[in-house]
Structures are given as C-alpha cells and as structure tokens.
Design a protein around this ligand. Structure first.
Ligand code: FPP
Length: 168
C-alpha cells in the first residue's frame, strides 16, 4: 500500500524524482512535526522584507501538507506556526501573520477537505483574534469527519505554557 502510494506521487522534476526514489516507504514516520522557522533569514538572504519570507513559508508548508497527505501513510503532520513568544514581534508582523493564516485557511480549505485531511489546532485559543478562531472552528468543523491525515497547527504554543496548562 505504502509502495503504491509513493509510486503514485508524480515527480515534478528530476530532483524530486531522485528524492522520491530515496524514500523507503516501509520506514515512513507516522507523525512529522515542522517548526516553521527561518522565514526571516530566508527573506534577509534575498534582500526581501520579512513578510515575503512568511509568504514563502506558507508556500513551503502547503507543499509539505499536500505531499504528506498524498503519501497516504503519514498519520499526522504538526506545524508549529506561532509560539507564545511570537507576540513580542512588532504588531504589524503579528497582524500580517494572523491575516496570512486566515488567507491560508480560506483558500486551502477546499483542497484540505478534498485531500481527506482533518484539521486540528492546538495551543491556547485565548489571545488569538476572534476572526482567526472563527475561521479555525469552521475549518475544524468542515473536516471533522475526514479520515485521512491529521493536520495539526500549533498556535500560541509554548513548552512552559503546555506544562502549566497540563498541571492546571
Ligand atoms: C518563524 O520565522 C515563522 C513564524 C513566526 C511564523 C510562521 C507562521 C506563518 C507563516 C503563518 C501560518 C501559516 C500556516 C500555513 C500554518 P522567523 O520569522 O522566526 O524567521 P527567523 O527564524 O529567520 O528569524
């Protein structure tokens, strides 16, 4: 089943073909977690504004999400997107990130749903703008019955915050 799933992934180019060939379908992890880091450095290297780095980060995330879902064997993909520390960034950047998240949810919900992906959000919902929480709830509700890969987005997360919440 896993072998078939990998074979069914059409490579977009030679490099991708080589990489796909290197994957051992019997050793795929059940859960992959990605820390969405380095967007700023990516932009800086190209003399672009940080927000361009965040846009590129979303594009990369979209490719990872869809590829993992098409592989069929990955049970869960967790994206660590916005930590409790990230509130300390300039308001314009935080606002931009929240807008980007909403834009992603709105645009990609049909694709997520079509790929049988179930969206889940972890972290502290408090502090998250109401409009964002509204879109999250809608996306979770729409995909609640999906049986494929779980896409977990960590928002307002933190190691200490998690410990505190667990003890409470
Ligand atoms: C870290 O890069 C990235 C973030 C703080 C934001 C990542 C979140 C999004 C792009 C929006 C959420 C979208 C989806 C699809 C879940 P950085 O700015 O810390 O870069 P640096 O490490 O180079 O400084």
């Amino acid at each position: 089943n896993a072998v078939k799933a990998i074979e069914s992934l059409k490579a977009a180019n030679r490099e991708e073909e080589r990489l796909l060939g290197e994957i051992d379908p019997h050793r795929l992890p059940q859960h992959i977690a990605v820390i969405m880091d380095g967007n700023g450095r990516w932009a800086q290297r190209r003399h672009l504004p940080r927000i361009a780095g965040h846009r590129a980060g979303v594009k990369a995330a979209r490719e990872i999400i869809e590829t993992c879902a098409r592989m069929k064997k990955i049970n869960a993909l967790t994206l660590y997107a916005f930590s409790v520390e990230n509130w300390r960034r300039p308001k314009t950047e935080v606002d931009f990130l929240m807008r980007l998240l909403r834009e992603y949810l709105r645009k990609e919900l049909p694709v997520i749903h079509k790929n049988n992906i179930r969206l889940l959000v972890i972290g502290r919902p408090e502090q998250i703008p109401e409009a964002v929480n509204h879109d999250i709830e809608r996306a979770m509700r729409t995909t609640a019955g999906n049986t494929g890969m779980k896409l977990v987005v960590a928002l307002n997360y933190g190691a200490r915050a998690e410990l505190v919440d667990a003890f409470n």
